[in-house]
Ligand binder design. Structure first.
Ligand code: C2E
Ligand code: CA
Ligand code: CA
Length: 762
């Protein structure tokens, strides 16, 4: 049956340690202690070996339960305990051999066991911190040798010490074990600190055991020195201590693991350790060399220790050099070799915080996509490399050039004001403008450059990049060149962007939360009778926050961003429907709808117009489309084709704003138009300016000769209307008759106009 594991607070979800190993270890350890104290030394060693072996078995069992990184760490601990057991067996054998080899087996085991445990500690550190120390082993060897040198030197310095009398094997054994223990203690402490294991019971236990063992070894050494010639290689206390080390490893492995995150540390702490070792080694070396009569063993050990620790430091310096290289690579654009965006951002932060602020230029190549499309990416890349080299040359000494990606570069100029930045921008534009010879081709590249600087209005470092970018965007929109960031232009551009987003949303969603398009209508009256004969539909955007927006506020935007068709489709459907409603109310009017330039290029135009007529139920001769003279003249052939198809459906064509577009008479003759609308700039000057009157008179005659009826727009007073009547103008539209207004309001006006004209004609 599955049983959910119980979680101790603060402990990670490893399988709980089983109880039996603890009990078995306790019993065996107690026996070992009793044996060491009561039985002959050899029996103590044997008991220690059995205990250590059991600890190794317990560790092995524990490792099977552990997962991930922990298993790796404690596997080495298990090996270490096993080595201690083997060392104690070797010790037993050594003691049976002749020649006073007491302590040799234990020492050998201790050295190997420490090395293995060290490996575990290093793993622990690596797995917890993701830092791998390049010189782990050199570190261990260097510090052990120096510790040995130190121990030997201290022993030699002790007054009246029996050092000389202690058997060499025993003395070396004591010193070696003490040294490896000291290094292990240092390592355990360092790892606990770096890997943030200070609250981990296992690390604490380990440090405690190793510290205890070190103390016992110190005691053993002092005792040996006191006993002199009778000193044992390893007394019962030392044997017991190493047994305790193995048991301690097992106990630590059974303790709960603290729940703490992985850390990211540097190898600074271990490097500091190496430096300490080197300094200590050099001091010992000098002390020993200048001590008369010394046997130079200390000097030799210290020199070897310094050598190993220095090797580790050199190793690290090499790694740092490599790291520096990769840091440089991380800040370089691979294609052009100049700095990349990351380096730029760092440079901007640094420069804009400094004295005098900084300027930033964004340099964007114009129509670079064309170069790629026409000549291929290899040529495009070659051009970018050439351009980068030129920009770099022009910038060197003044600031930093970076490639932001694609065909976009940036330049930071520390301490530059707007004027200085513009001068640099001019130089950059000029150098890029010179032709580039690539793959037997000569390619011309132009730029749009945006300039922003912190000096313009105080500190705005975070904004600098956005501002330079906004200025570049405006430069690009103006067809290239240099543009300095300007608050008002930016505000306008932002407002425009917002309005465009609203417009798109309004045209593509039905919720009405972005307002809706509404039509105002303005009547056209017959000049002779005063009767209303038609209306012009004029669009407005009833915006939720800006109120009712006139066409100038949004039509240009719609045209520039490809949503004009959507506007026109709505206008067509509303206007045709309204015309039908008026007809049903007894007002028979032609309704005029304005078409923009882009509508003429829209292949679906005719289909949409027809559909509007059909779904409203309006006969096609009741609809007029107004197209400005300027639109018609942009692509006269297209205009003729499209208008012919519209006219073929019986729909009226009106040439709007006539007189402003310089149309040629030849085209005018080919257009299937039925109406000319004299622009209101002429109407406005009609009464005051005889020359304008002459132009209008000529236009009316020309229109009539071509079979067109002539409409005057912008009629604001009776006087103007009177002049138009005398000149033979057919229809009149303007504030004098009515302002454009919603259909519901206009209906009354239309009835009034109709009634008045009926009285006149009657
Ligand atoms: P337009 O086609 O020349 O329309 C006539 C404009 O003159 C209207 O401005 C109208 O309100 C104004 N107006 C009328 N009578 C007088 C007058 O006596 N004096 C003066 N000073 N002005 C007068 P509105 O409604 O602001 O429209 C401006 C322009 O927007 C229109 O000029 C037209 O080109 C465009 N437009 C309006 N609606 C649409 C539409 O649905 N589609 C397209 N493509 N353009 C439209
Ligand atoms: Ca119009
Ligand atoms: Ca007009």
């Amino acid at each position: 049956m599955f049983r959910a594991p119980r979680h101790r607070p603060g402990a990670a979800a490893d399988a709980a340690a089983p109880r039996w190993p603890v009990r078995a270890l306790a019993v065996v350890a107690a026996v070992a202690v009793a044996t060491a104290v009561l039985a002959p030394p050899a029996a103590g060693v044997a008991a220690g070996a059995v205990t250590a072996a059991l600890a190794a078995v317990v560790l092995r069992a524990r490792v099977r339960q552990l997962t991930g990184t922990d298993a790796q760490v404690w596997r080495w601990a298990g090996r270490s305990a096993a080595v201690v057991a083997v060392g104690l067996v070797a010790e037993l054998v050594a003691r049976m051999l002749p020649g006073g080899l007491d302590g040799v087996g234990l020492t050998a085991g201790a050295v190997v066991a420490s090395a293995v445990a060290y490996q575990g500690l290093v793993r622990w550190n690596r797995l917890r911190t993701a830092v791998s120390d390049p010189g782990d082993w050199l570190n261990a060897i260097g510090s052990t040798l120096c510790a040995l040198a130190l121990g030997l030197w201290v022993v030699q310095q002790l007054p009246n010490s029996g050092a000389a009398a202690v058997p060499v094997v025993a003395l070396v054994g004591h010193l070696v074990r003490l040294s490896v223990m000291t290094v292990m203690l240092g390592t355990a402490l360092t790892v606990s600190a770096i890997a943030d294991l200070r609250r981990d019971a296992r690390a604490l236990a380990l440090v405690g055991v190793i510290a205890g063992l070190s103390l016992v070894e110190v005691g053993g050494l002092l005792r040996a020195l006191r006993l002199g010639a009778d000193a044992p290689g390893a007394g019962p206390g030392v044997v017991l201590a190493w047994t305790a080390f193995a048991v301690g490893l097992a106990v630590a492995a059974l303790l709960p693991r603290a729940r703490s995150a992985r850390r990211y540390a540097s190898s600074r702490a271990t490097t500091t350790g190496s430096i300490i070792v080197i300094v200590a080694g050099v001091v010992l070396l000098l002390l020993d060399v200048f001590t008369a009569g010394a046997d130079r063993a200390v000097a030799l050990l210290a020199a070897l220790g310094v050598f190993a620790a220095s090797g580790r430091v050199f190793h690290l310096v090499g790694e740092l050099a490599q790291l520096a290289t990769s840091r440089i690579e991380a800040r370089t654009d691979p294609l052009t070799g100049v700095a990349n965006r990351r380096a730029l951002i760092e440079a901007v932060e640094e420069a804009s915080g400094g004295e005098g602020g900084a300027a930033l230029l964004i340099v964007d190549l114009d129509k670079f996509k064309d170069v790629n499309d026409r000549f291929g990416h290899a040529v495009g890349d070659a051009v970018l490399i050439a351009v980068a080299a030129r920009l770099d040359e022009a910038v060197t000494g003044r600031g930093l050039l970076a490639r932001l990606g694609g065909d976009e570069f940036a330049v930071v100029l520390p301490g530059a004001d707007a004027a200085a930045a513009v001068r640099v921008a001019q130089r950059l534009a000029a150098t890029v403008a010179e032709p580039v010879d690539v793959a037997a081709r000569t390619i011309h590249v132009a730029t749009s450059i945006g300039v922003a600087c912190t000096a313009l209005d105080g500190r705005a470092e975070g904004e600098l990049l956005r501002r330079a970018d906004a200025a570049m965007y405006l430069a690009k929109r103006a067809g290239g060149g240099i543009r300095v960031f300007d608050h008002d232009a930016d505000t306008r551009a932002r407002a425009e962007r917002e309005l465009l987003e609203d417009l798109r949303a309004m045209l593509t969603t039905t919720g009405g939360e972005h307002g809706r398009l509404v039509l105002h209508y303005q009547p056209q009256v017959d000049v002779a009778t005063g009767a209303p004969v038609g209306v012009e539909a004029l669009v407005r955007w009833d915006h939720p926050t800006h109120g009712v927006l006139p066409p100038v506020a949004f039509l240009e935007l719609a045209e520039a961003h490809g949503v004009m068709q959507l506007v026109t489709w709505q206008v067509l459907s509303q206007a045709t429907a309204q015309a039908v409603r008026w007809r049903d109310e007894g007002l028979d009017l032609r309704v005029a709808v304005n078409l923009s330039t882009s509508c003429l290029e829209e292949p679906r135009l005719l289909g949409v117009i027809e559909q509007a007529l059909v779904s409203a139920g309006l006969p096609s001769d009741r609809l007029v489309v107004e197209i400005t003279e300027t639109s018609l003249m942009r692509d006269p052939q297209l205009a003729i084709r499209v208008t012919q198809r519209i006219a073929a459906q019986g729909i009226g064509i009106s040439i709007d704003d006539y007189g402003t577009g310089y149309s040629s008479l030849a085209y005018l003759n080919d257009l299937p138009a039925g109406e000319l609308k004299i622009d209101r700039s002429f109407t406005a000057r009609l009464t005051a300016d005889p020359r304008t009157r002459a132009i209008v008179a000529g236009t009316v005659q020309l229109g009539h000769h071509l079979g067109l009826s002539v409409v005057a727009e912008g009629v604001e007073d009776a006087e103007t209307l009177e002049v138009l009547r005398r000149l033979g103008c057919d229809r009149s539209q303007g504030y004098f008759h009515s302002r454009p207004m919603p259909a519901a309001e206009l209906t009354e006006t239309l009835r009034g106009l109709a009634a008045a004209s009926a009285r006149v004609t009657a």
